[in-house]
Ligand binder design. Structure first.
Ligand code: PBG
Length: 327
């Protein structure tokens, strides 16, 4: 064998931690992380969520503390989910001026101002007694267009309470346009819309339904969320949302849909957001608890992979922890 062989030695750049750091193509930083948080009405203490160890249903006060910690760690944003004390058929608590999310939005804006981007999830499933993301017809189907009117009203309530970015997650056709029109018509043209544009009907949302107490009482979400078998229709959903005025587009879940994250990234010129959902969190936490995976390494690898696939912004329940580690 000649002394020159092999001519190419990619291992040269992997030899030391300093070299590996120098040539890393993808970096994580706290600013691109968004922490999803749950606030529940009528509880006096934060409640742990069994299927999401380390995540809580917050009281208004414990949420303020968690938000403060996230901001201090440099986390870029928070997205708020509310669990009301009383649910009904139309999700009345979702757009009540004194609804739990509206109150919490006011708290966070007055505590933190613009130190962290305060966002709100915009949907009905946490607020309806049937657990569906929209208003139902007499025969129990989701009434798309009646639901749009509810979403428009929720957007106004959230904007008035201080949300900087609303994130419609219900997968109703026309939701971004209806919300944009309502916001603009009420003088809120500065409030941004983060479209949950690509949202699959995913089993990975399982633990979230405990966290937000929003499991559908009958049926499922496959008449509005996307079939995991499909990829092309994700681009159709993204372009529709952009036409309707979305400022950012999301792909959800993240880990099992990295091909979709990449396709969307290559197709658009707005920020691409990926949501590392509750099931992705629970899988790693559970395996780590059993000693089957190295918790910290797996968390960091999962996030680098989502960024490498093309996500600019990542929603993750580990946002504060990871931001601290990166500091
Ligand atoms: C709907 C909503 C869901 C999630 C975020 N927004 C649940 C669903 O569509 O069933 C899931 C998030 C997660 O699993 O972490 N409001």
């Amino acid at each position: 064998m000649s002394a020159q062989f092999p001519a190419a030695r990619p291992r040269r750049l992997r030899r030391t931690p300093a070299l590996r750091r120098l040539v890393a193509e993808t970096r994580l930083s706290p600013a691109e992380l968004v922490l999803p948080v749950f606030v529940k009405e009528g509880i006096s203490e934060a409640q742990p969520i069994a299927s999401m160890p380390g995540v809580f249903q917050h009281t208004r006060d414990s949420l303020r503390k968690a938000a403060h910690e996230a901001a201090e760690a440099g986390v870029g944003g928070l997205i708020l989910f509310g669990i009301p004390a009383v649910k009904d058929g139309v999700g009345s608590a979702a757009d009540a001026p004194d609804g739990i999310v509206q109150q919490a939005l006011g708290d966070l804006r007055s505590d933190l101002g613009d130190a962290i981007v305060v966002m709100s999830d915009l949907c009905l499933d946490e607020y309806t007694d049937h657990g569906h993301c929209g208003i139902l017809t007499a025969s129990g189907e989701i009434d798309n267009d009646a639901t749009l009117e509810r979403y428009a009203s929720i957007a106004l309530a959230q904007a008035e309470a201080g949300s900087a970015v609303v994130g419609p997650s219900g997968m109703m056709d026309g939701q971004v346009g209806a919300i944009r029109e309502a916001l603009d018509g009420a003088g809120h043209s500065d409030i941004a819309i983060m479209g949950y544009s690509v949202k699959y009907a995913s089993a990975y949302y399982g633990p979230f339904r405990d966290a937000a107490e929003c499991a559908p009482q009958f049926g499922d979400r496959s008449t509005h969320q996307q079939d995991p078998a499909n990829a092309d229709e994700s681009l159709r959903e993204v372009f529709l949302d952009l036409d309707e005025g979305a400022d950012m587009v999301m792909v959800k879940p993240a880990g099992a849909y990295l091909d979709i994250v990449r396709r969307v990234r290559d197709a658009v010129d707005v920020p691409v957001v990926a949501y590392q959902v509750s099931g992705e969190y629970a899988m790693i936490e559970a395996a780590a608890e059993k000693g089957w995976l190295d918790r910290e390494r797996t968390i960091m690898e999962s996030l680098v992979a989502i960024r490498r696939a093309g996500a600019d912004i990542v929603l993750t329940y580990w946002a504060t922890e990871v931001a601290r580690r990166l500091a």
